[in-house]
Design a protein around this ligand. Sequence first.
Ligand code: F6R
Length: 604
Amino acid sequence: MCGIVGVLGRNQVAPLLVEALKRLEYRGYDSAGIATVNDGRLDRRRAVGKLVNLSDLLVHEPLAGRAGIGHTRWATHGAATVANAHPHRAGGVAVVHNGIIENFRDLRAELTAAGYSFESETDTETVALLMRQERDAGKDARAATAAVLARLHGAFALCFLFEGEDDLMICARKGSPLAIGHGEGEMFVGSDAIALAPMTDRITYLEEGDWAVITRQGAEIFDAEGRRANRAMTRIQIDATRIEKAGHKHFMAKEIAEQPVVLADALRHYTAGDALNLPADLDFRAVERLTLVACGTAHYACHVAKYWFESLAGLPCDIDIASEFRYREPPLSDKGWALFVSQSGETADTLAALRYARERVARILSVVNVPTSSIARESDLALPILAGVEVGVASTKAFTCQLAVLALLALKAAQDRGRLDAAGVAAHLAEFRLLPGLMNHALTLAPEIEALSEHLAEAQDVLFLGRGPMYPLALEGALKLKEISYIHAEGYASGELKHGPIALIDNRVPVIVMAPRDGLFDKTVSNMQEVMARHGKVLLISDATGIAEAGQDCWETLTLPEAPALLAPILYAIPAQLLAYHTAIAKGTDVDQPRNLAKSVTVE
Ligand code: F6R
């Protein structure tokens, strides 16, 4: 989603702004722009498409100035055009914005009636024009901002720059996160700390409803009621090397490859020898029901976890997509817990679902990758997945780390509820210690998968099938493939095939069957036979025993190492990710920033 950066610098800021926007590229965007104030004069440059277009424009039409704001836009209101790109400007004010101004239609009508005209189709321009209206009425920058913020509904982060003011930025946060960075005689604003990482490690996160008046001397922060607010400054540790590609062609390739390492880190964090090392007050004994809510890949992680919580711990679970949950307004029990899973911790629907559950359940847990995120901060207990920064838009290492943390939680629930004793937990943890090695083994399939993907790239439609915990893996495999290769893919529970999707099968439709040799294997193989009887091209992903038993007439097979049942969904994620990655490469798509997608989905 949109990225925001602002710099009150000691030197020329245009190159810093573009560099910072590059670090925000991972969020997904389709146009970009910057504005600066130079000797009091406000000016801007904007370009559609990749940042290189903005950089090229700046070569021909440079922007001088030591104060500036920048933006990468992910289109919501109005197409990706120069006119709709940020910064938006009205009179002596420029603004960049992340989020949605929900009452913009009313505001637009009111401004039009007052004689102001619009140059874009965006909701953001209403903010710029409201500021102009307040400035026209004689208010200074600070008073105008307070008046405008009071009129905006929705979720947003904003940063303003003012003509005639070389030492002033004003920013505001409601719903969408915003970080202020402190330098020596310079100050920064960013959508996240990653944008600011090389410029400063001293960060103040604005809280909900906060806004700040920033000069090179520091930031004056106000809360939603306009009272001065003290917000702590923290030193962040974003190791720059963790946001480099480290020799890989793409962030996604790097993130797939580092899964054994980050997963081992997470396991070390949550275990102590043969026992679990989870917060002492995490006790599942009296929990009546667990409600798991998330979006996209994180939702599929919840879906796998439902099997674990129910089978291992006998704990009834509901899972829901956050955007449905929040409007369905489900009854919740005050003896139940709700668990929200989110890589970014900022997904608007998941956050809204958490707020809905707040007063309705006994406890709110979250499993997040960004411990400073809104979802983490609003939970009673946030468990970090410790995957490190995930830059590729398609979630990979966050998914497997989410699964690992959820599996450990399920073991804790099983122990608390008397379904597993200490020895049982120790046995599962011993299995877990095999996982990094098994994942390394799975990664060696890359050349085989690359060769296969050449063929997959020619398909129009692909089906993924799985049973039990492999069913959500089939959904995840299909999501990965469609989001980065743009091939239409669907995941189905194997048993559902003959209830409809079998009509799609012919010799042009690859069907990817994910089936470890477990208790459900024979049933899945029967469904696979039904596909082959209709000339479907089956790719069977199984272990050596499974391939020996059922691989003969398949189009292709991939052999994974034998894995304990609990770990299979984590292991089988790897071939699914590699298939998507190599198929996308074969098709020549933009793997790290697939079209139309955003990394952190901060709008509904
Ligand atoms: C797909 C993907 C998305 C996210 C979803 C939720 O590869 O990454 O489906 O899983 O947008 O995002 P988070 O986990 O940040 O809440």
